[in-house]
Design a protein. Structure first.
Length: 223
């Protein structure tokens, strides 16, 4: 049985409600090359904090449901962080390799995984996801893109350690899509209606890959 803990979770009214939820580790995947950004995006500053620091701050708000927060990625600049930093065990396997590393390194059986380039992570949405963790091996948002095509938000999801063999199989096969192992594990989708009940504009799922996208987020924050 999964370990649970009592904590005061944020609610849609802005108040906090005491309840129980599963205990997880939280991993920030920050090993990418940031080619489209043109510079190391995890260390870009937004509102006085780097994107990496912003992610860590939001995840720390979820304690004690989040047992630990750590970073997956190997950059010299990370050595000054107060967080545990895990070198990527699969440095050429993209986010899928980062996910495998996170599951290997986590102290909990489940890992809340986020990307380092999500500057608007929502404590409310993440807490709501922790509240509904069940027997699934993957709990993942499913949204539609501008053309109406369904898309998993694989780097804003909760994974159980039992996914690891299927992930490593896909890496060995060279099938490096972040969701390539989903057909081999138990996946539970969180649809857009459920997501918007906790994050009406889906801001938590916003990521930035280019200077223009970051500028848009900064401009919207100022308005």
């Amino acid at each position: 049985m999964a370990r649970t803990v009592e904590y005061n979770r944020p609610t849609d009214t802005g108040r906090r409600r005491r309840g129980r939820c599963v205990v997880v580790s939280a991993a920030i995947l920050a090993g990418g090359r940031s080619r489209r950004m043109g510079r190391h995006k995890a260390l870009l500053e937004f509102d006085g904090l780097t994107l990496l620091e912003r992610s860590a701050r939001t995840l720390e708000m979820l304690r004690p449901a989040v047992q630990e927060v750590f970073v997956v990625g190997e950059w010299p600049e990370y050595q000054t962080l107060t967080l545990r930093v895990m070198p990527d065990d699969f440095p050429n396997a993209g986010p899928l390799g980062g996910l495998a590393t996170a599951l290997r390194a986590a102290r909990s059986n489940r890992v809340l995984v986020v990307a380092c380039d999500m500057p608007r992570l929502s404590e409310r949405l993440l807490a709501a996801m922790l509240d509904v963790v069940g027997d699934e091996q993957v709990l993942v948002p499913l949204v539609r893109d501008t053309e109406g095509v369904p898309r998993y938000e694989a780097l804003h999801a909760i994974y159980e350690r039992g996914c690891l063999p299927s992930i490593e199989d896909r890496i060995r096969a060279g099938d490096l899509k972040a969701t390539s192992f989903y057909p081999f594990v138990a996946v539970r989708e969180l649809d857009e209606e459920w997501l918007r009940a906790h994050d009406p504009d889906l801001e938590s799922l916003t990521n930035v890959n280019t200077p223009e996208e970051l500028a848009n987020v900064i401009r919207n924050e100022a308005e």
